[in-house]
Design a protein around this ligand. Structure first.
Ligand code: NAI
Ligand code: OAA
Length: 262
């Protein structure tokens, strides 16, 4: 039986723990930052540890729900210990030094980094289209103003006073991923699947009329044209994060335990 660990105990982590249990799997241990063990234990109702070595001893499948800082801090140790690590922190992979450290650890220890699809879909089609060659890949992320709280959008716009949709970022997926660690993981997923971090065009928009988080991928290439939009409900506990992102982490973890995989 697979032993499952979770990094973080925020909105996504708590959803993941609940849904795993509903599906007959159970997370056994949560990794929290030092000093946060009691809060983690109370939130998740499971054993809490504060370092990746202790997590690797107790879990062979770990789901990272702690954002870029969590993957950077614990990913190399876990992969070096042979752990299968599912992550939602795809934007962290815009940092080439971190990618190098993760790859070296995985090759040394036999761990595998599984990228969850997160709040977007259609990545299978984009990956296939890459084979024939992609000329343009564009990602547009739109959220209500409260979905951009705590991000650089607060410096670019007066989020509380918006009367119409406004872009607060236009640039490459690499710049978006590095500047918006809590909000541009989808941009990173699109980049990693399609034309890479530096050739993927990104626009991030705050829309006071929006009630959902909308993610749109437009791509053109030898295959033809793709235009996919997902309008996702936010998680009740965090307006920045879409429910589909949490669902994708559960799906990725369940997939790891199944004999037939889609
Ligand atoms: N791939 C995707 O489509 C998406 C990815 N995300 C990523 O997931 C992350 C988590 O989202 P939420 O649960 O909604 O956020 P949240 O703010 O509710 O929870 C974050 C949790 O991570 C913990 N944490 C932070 N640094 C840590 C570290 N070094 N070690 C251990 N724990 C640490 C915090 O204490 C907290 O429990 C986001 O920051 C974002 O990077 C979020 C939405 C979509
Ligand atoms: O959950 C979402 O809607 C997307 C998100 O925050 C991200 O891309 O990091």
């Amino acid at each position: 039986m697979t032993s499952i660990g979770i990094i973080g105990f925020g909105a996504i982590a708590q959803y993941v723990a609940r849904e795993l249990e509903r599906g007959g799997l159970r997370a056994a241990v949560v990794l929290a930052r030092p000093g946060r063990e009691d809060a983690a234990r109370a939130a998740m109702q499971i054993e809490a540890v504060t370092d990746a070595d202790a997590l690797a001893e107790r879990a062979d499948l770990v789901i990272d729900c702690a954002g870029h800082a969590g993957l950077a801090a614990h990913g190399p140790t876990l992969l070096g210990a042979g752990t299968r690590l599912v992550t939602l922190s795809l934007g962290a992979l815009a940092d080439e030094a971190l990618v190098g450290a993760l790859e070296a650890a995985a090759r040394r220890g036999g761990g595998v980094l599984q990228l969850a699809s997160g709040a977007i879909g259609a990545l299978d089609a984009l990956a296939a289209a890459r084979v024939g060659g992609l000329d343009v890949v564009r990602y547009t992320g739109t959220k209500p103003p409260r979905g951009w709280a705590g991000s650089p959008a607060e410096e670019a716009l007066d989020l509380g006073a918006l009367t119409q949709a406004e872009a607060h970022f236009t640039g490459t997926a690499r710049a978006a991923a590095l500047a918006y660690p809590k909000n541009a993981n989808v941009a990173a997923a699109v980049a990693l699947t399609g034309r890479g971090f530096d050739a993927t065009e990104v626009r991030l928009i705050a829309d006071p009329a929006a009630t959902q988080n909308t993610h749109r991928i437009e791509a053109e290439g030898a295959f033809g044209r793709l235009d996919v939009t997902i309008s996702g409900h936010a998680l009740p506990d965090n307006p920045r994060s879409s429910a589909l992102a949490a669902m994708s982490a559960v799906h990725a973890a369940r997939r790891e335990t199944e004999w037939m995989r889609l």
